[in-house]
Ligand binder design. Structure first.
Ligand SMILES: *Cc1c(COP(=O)(O)O)cnc(C)c1O
Length: 386
């Protein structure tokens, strides 16, 4: 008889304090944005990671849209970004009329191949948006050197990269999100630290700080007003409503207080998969995540790359028969229904390879060793059969 199991791909983890803090936020009577818990979250990030200015948003998508507004992206400006990414990385700039110039992934890793970027830069290139896929750092020294050489901005899509680090050539360790001019994080329920929906914009270049507050507050200088810096507030710039209710921040703060516990648990799970997969990788059946020397691993995701789409489908189906949900990931954006006719026609073979062959395994705090063993066994059994 087939064992009936049910292992979802993701299960949001609750630390237990979320509802308590949400209750406190509600009871405080100040449940719109920028209340006590929003301040606590900002302070947590500023103290833990040394980010100079943090602004919670309702999503990473919003944080990316704020970044595009702050950069004054205009019709015809160009943005370089990976094709292998989530649509929000692209949409934020499309909404401002910018032209997308897609970069290919590296051969050994889904991140953008930094060395392919020089050839994509034109006089219209305004910003490069590296995505730290699976929380693994892009080569930020090489990227920042290139951007500085051409006077181009860098916005890190750090949606998956909370508590992940980059080691610079000079040996210094920098948290992802602290290196580009700005960075966007996500607290969507599929991320390591979450509040259902949620995000954050980090401002590293101080020249964007004042305007960021205004854009986030519907184009008004209300934040300065509440600090007592001005005696009335009004409409001073374009903007929208990007700030979350303090209820969301209260939920997020409970997660942040448990950051180390959550990360340690995820790393244990990640390492168990990785050790378990070594034999299959040595046999040449799959390729495992590659972590460059400069990158830490925040265990956001465990994926394997199969040799062909057929094998990937086989793995997904074999797991599904056991009640285990494994899922593929992005479809190359340069081939998407929305952008394929606007793309300049370059082939992006590595992006397509990850698009066709990468599969993500269940990854969440409560995943047990027994469940992981079943997942590994199912995958090994599948590859013995082909
Ligand atoms: C999750 C994710 C986003 C979007 O985050 P939201 O908070 O859901 O808007 C953007 N980019 C990447 C790379 C992501 O993984």
């Amino acid at each position: 008889m087939e064992v009936s199991t049910s292992i979802p791909f993701n299960k949001p983890y609750l630390t237990g304090k979320e509802t308590h803090y949400v209750y406190q936020a509600v009871a405080s009577g100040k449940i719109s944005g920028d209340g006590l818990f929003t301040k606590k979250c900002h302070q947590f990030f500023e103290e833990t990671f040394g980010f100079s200015k943090c602004l919670l948003t309702t999503s990473c998508t919003d944080a990316l849209e704020m970044a595009a507004i702050l950069l004054d992206m205009q019709q015809g400006d160009e943005v370089i970004l990976p094709s292998y990414t989530f649509v929000s990385t692209a949409n934020a700039f499309v909404l401002r009329g910018a032209k997308l110039v897609f970069a290919d992934s590296a051969k050994d890793n889904p991140n953008m191949d930094i060395h392919s970027l020089r050839g994509l830069i034109t006089s219209k290139t305004k910003v490069i948006v590296p995505v730290h896929y699976a929380g693994i750092a892009c080569d930020m020294d090489a990227l920042m050197d290139l951007a500085n050489e051409f006077g181009i901005y860098v916005v890190e899509d750090a949606a998956q990269a909370v508590d992940s680090w980059y080691t610079s050539k000079d040996g210094s360790k920098k948290p992802l999100g602290s290196i580009g001019h700005m960075a966007a994080f996500s607290f969507h329920e599929t991320k390591n630290i979450m509040s259902g929906e949620g995000g954050m914009l980090v401002i590293n270049d101080p020249k964007f700080a004042a305007r960021a507050e205004i854009i986030r507050e519907k184009g008004t200088n209300r934040s300065a007003f509440f600090r007592g810096e001005i005696d009335k507030y009004g409409w001073v710039d374009m903007g929208s409503s990007f700030l979350p209710s303090d209820i969301l921040a209260a939920f997020l703060f409970a997660q942040l207080e448990n950051l180390n516990d959550i990360q340690n648990k995820r790393k244990e799970i990640w390492n168990f998969y990785h050790a378990g997969m070594t034999e299959l990788a040595s046999a040449g059946k799959v390729t495992l995540p590659f972590i460059p020397d400069w990158a830490s691993n925040n265990a956001h995701m465990y994926y394997i790359v199969c040799k062909s789409p057929t094998h990937r489908q086989g793995v997904i189906e074999a797991l599904k028969k056991q009640g285990i949900m494994a899922v593929f990931h992005y479809l190359s954006l340069h081939k998407s229904e929305y952008y394929k006719d606007k793309h300049d026609g370059r082939e992006l073979v590595n992006s397509d390879h990850y698009s066709d062959c990468l599969v993500r395994l269940p990854m969440y705090y409560e995943l047990t060793t027994a469940q992981q063993e079943l997942i590994l066994k199912t995958i090994y059994t599948y590859f013995l059969s082909v």
